[in-house]
Design a protein around this ligand. Structure first.
Ligand code: RP5
Length: 152
């Protein structure tokens, strides 16, 4: 994520990954404030065995796109809800990538962070039957938890 201030949102992704026992690391890397850190991380991620990068950023949210410009790994971008524009700036910055450098953009805020992690689980599950089964179970539990009628 781009800043400590993104962590309240991005910790929702980490919680999901933990619940599926997915080994992951959590880092603050800013495309603007720490560009060298970003470059080094993105350049070495694949050889370090990382499979998917979830990048959360807000405002002029260049972290997902710039990471995608350096790494061939799948990049899932989470637009953080910014104070001034409620995340519309983040969403457009992340979604409107030029053709040829893909970033999978999720929803603004907490839902996006949760779904980025679930999408990562789903992608990793393609080559991992046990993970795929855990994901199916998670989805079916969610379905069963939805009441047919509202409570009083
Ligand atoms: C972006 O700027 C970060 O991703 C964060 O969402 C936003 C604001 O950062 P802070 O000023 O709160 O550190 O780089």
């Amino acid at each position: 994520m781009g800043s400590q201030s993104d962590w309240p949102t991005m910790k929702n992704a980490s919680k999901i990954l933990k619940s599926f026992k997915i080994t992951h690391e959590v880092k603050i890397i800013s495309a603007h404030r720490t560009p060298k850190r970003m470059f080094e991380f993105a350049e070495k991620a694949e050889q370090r065995g990382i499979k998917i990068i979830i990048a959360g950023a807000g405002g002029a949210a260049h972290l997902p796109g710039m990471t995608a410009s350096i790494s061939n790994l799948p990049i899932l971008g989470v637009p953080i809800e910014s104070k001034k524009l409620k995340g519309l700036d983040s969403l457009l910055s992340i979604a409107q990538m030029p053709a040829g450098i893909p970033v999978g953009s999720l929803a603004v805020g907490e839902a996006g962070a949760i779904n980025a992690a679930l999408l990562a689980v789903s992608i990793l599950g393609i080559e991992n039957n046990s993970l795929q089964n855990k994901y199916k179970l998670w989805r079916s539990k969610q379905t069963s938890s939805v009441s047919k009628k509202p409570s009083k």
